[in-house]
Design a protein around this ligand. Structure first.
Ligand code: FES
Length: 175
């Protein structure tokens, strides 16, 4: 359940746009920052705040890979798999990350809940291919030899932040 504080933050975000539906993406970030992920119940709450059908909210949540319907690890590793990065070795980088993190086929989150690894569509830094974002830090070009140190440096970070500025929400329950 979203707190009153989160709901009020979402209502304030709606006031910033001529059409309140335009605030849906930042609102979902606020909800995710509080809960840690976006289960069906929370999607329904957000839909109610926007007078939308929950299927519309669900289609947004499942379109963007920065939103999660399951609890994530403390740290998010988005490794780009799109064309520029793929041509410069992202498949090998992703495979190496998976091996280093001990992820079994189909798993995204490590057993100790420290890391979630996502193979992402273009992250808009093709000039740094192959590249990734560790929490909010853009890294690239990545070489396979860098992977151990990227994991170690990421462990020292606070975890993935809410990208919506000036919204005072406690960190998610899964952190
Ligand atoms: S294809 Fe990887 S950042 Fe654009």
């Amino acid at each position: 359940m979203l707190s009153e504080k989160a709901k009020n933050s979402i209502l304030k975000l709606q006031d910033k746009y001529p059409v309140k539906r335009s605030a849906l993406l930042p609102a979902l970030h606020v909800a995710q920052a509080e809960i840690g992920y976006l289960p069906q119940k929370v999607q329904q709450e957000v839909a109610d705040l926007f007078d939308l059908n929950v299927t519309e909210v669900h289609s947004v949540v499942t379109f963007y890979d920065m939103f999660f319907e399951e609890p994530t690890g403390k740290h998010l590793l988005h490794v780009c798999k799109n064309i520029s990065c793929m041509l410069r070795g992202s498949d090998e980088v992703i495979a190496k990350f998976r091996a280093k993190l001990g992820l079994k086929p189909g798993e995204k989150t490590t057993g100790d809940k420290q890391f979630t690894l996502v193979a992402s569509e273009c992250l808009a830094a093709c000039d740094r291919a192959p590249m990734m974002i560790a929490n909010d830090k853009v890294i690239g070009p990545i070489e396979e030899k860098d992977i151990d140190s990227i994991i170690e440096e990421t462990k020292k970070m606070d975890g993935h932040p809410c990208p919506v500025p000036n919204i005072d929400i406690e960190r998610g329950a899964s952190h």
